[in-house]
Design a protein. Sequence first.
Length: 174
Amino acid sequence: MSFLNYLSEIKTFIFDVDGVFTNGELLVQEDGRLLRSMNVKDGFAFKLALEKGYEIFIITGGRSEGVWRRFEGLGLPAGNYFAGQHDKLSCMRELIEAERINLDHCLYMGDDLPDYAPMRLVALACCPADAVPEIQAVSQYVSPKKGGLGAVRDVIERVLKVQDQWPQEKITEL
């Protein structure tokens, strides 16, 4: 099946956070709190996909109240956010069973070795341009965008465009 055919079948997105929604860097404050940076264009596409009825789940090894608040602000239901998941495969299997996810209609985007096993389960495994080589090797699509710099927007936009769900408003020059 071609990449475009996979895109036309996607109904569910599953994302890692660090290295996908972020550039993978952490700023450590003096009090030990960690700061991450996320791309607003990724957020726009994420929110649009939710509004269009796509299911989105987050499986992350990290635990951050700020990250959860960002996703909550974009409209992600609390039950779709799985933090502190160091065994992502077990989490994914439980999620598949609980939500009756059809893996033939599922896209997973990850960037590092903890994402390897779950990525092998889905119809369309994707990664940012700066993912580790093992993840790039298992991905059917490697975004030209790096993590935290539009990779999420790239995959969501591609899926929504193929399925005629992306806004096609006329732009006129001023």
